[in-house]
Design a protein around this ligand. Structure first.
Ligand SMILES: O=C(O)C(=O)C[C@H](O)C(=O)CO
Ligand SMILES: [Zn+2]
Length: 273
């Protein structure tokens, strides 16, 4: 488990490219036959990737930084399936298709991942004070919000999975946004939300393409060049927005003080520096 410490916004101008990437970019989450995790002290979010090989399920184990008997002893977990696969939670198996989401409540002792078809799973876990039921939200059954405009190259569909009017959770708020063909901008005009950390995982981006992801305070932004299946950790003071060289999707997940999706501090484009 890689541990990332929090940063102060005044540090941003002092970071070179590799320091910026070392603090905020999660480059290698998905390795065949392995589970990789990153513990961020930004709202104690844990990000992970699980890539089971056919016939060899992977069990999510606790890690020393958690000081717990099992991974979900004090935590809830969101799983976003990137492909076809199955997750077994305390003996109950949930089959997931591409972009389906499974929420695992606090107290689940055993969580394992299986796929015979090259499936992979993105994990987001946050501290939990109580136990909500383990539940599935399916991409095909979720009505998306249609956002954006072709004139601003940001036509996209946003699906909320884990949120106060959907799958209930303690802290976690999670969903996916997918850009239409020909659209490249996400979350522009952008925003911050001082009460929550937000993490993006970009997916469905062809290997030769990249997303230019913007971060930092609105008056002092920086960018990182991000490839497919890499994640970005955005502290509460940071914008989180990007433009791709191709269409893509991204999993967004938040944790912190509140769960109100609309609690955003909007930033006008002409305020950005
Ligand atoms: O497309 C978008 O815009 C988003 O998906 C925005 C994120 O969901 C977000 O930043 C929520 O705070
Ligand atoms: Zn946001």
């Amino acid at each position: 488990m890689d541990v990332r410490h929090p940063t102060h916004p005044d540090q941003i101008p002092t970071f070179d490219t590799s320091a910026l990437r070392g603090h905020y970019l999660v480059e290698e989450l998905f390795e065949p036959g392995a589970i990789h995790t990153v513990y961020s002290h930004q709202d104690r979010v844990v990000l992970g990737g699980a890539v089971p090989q056919p016939g060899s399920p992977l069990e999510l184990e606790t890690e020393p930084p958690l000081r717990s008997e099992y991974f979900c002893e004090r935590r809830e977990l969101g799983v976003l399936s990137l492909g076809q696969g199955a997750v077994t939670v305390d003996g109950s198996t949930y089959e997931l298709a591409h972009r389906d989401c499974l929420y695992v409540g606090r107290g689940a002792r055993s969580v394992s991942f299986d796929s015979s078809e090259g499936g992979r799973f993105y994990l987001v876990s946050t501290p939990a004070h109580t136990s909500y039921p383990t539940s599935v939200a399916r991409h095909a059954d979720t009505v998306p919000a249609r956002l954006g405009d072709p004139a601003t190259a940001n036509v996209r569909e946003l699906r909320k999975y884990v949120h106060p009017d959907g799958i209930r959770s303690c802290e976690l708020v999670m969903g996916v946004t997918e850009l239409a063909e020909g659209s490249i901008w996400n979350t522009m005009p952008c925003h911050t939300h001082d009460r929550r950390t937000e993490c993006y995982l970009y997916f469905d981006l062809p290997p030769e393409h990249r997303v230019i992801h913007l971060l930092g305070q609105p008056h002092e932004t920086r960018n990182m060049i991000v490839r497919n299946e890499q994640a970005v950790i955005s502290p509460s003071w940071s914008v989180h927005s990007g433009a791709g060289t191709h269409r893509y999707g991204f999993v967004w997940a938040m944790a912190g003080e509140n769960q109100a999706f609309t609690d955003m501090d909007h930033v006008a484009i002409d305020e950005l520096r």
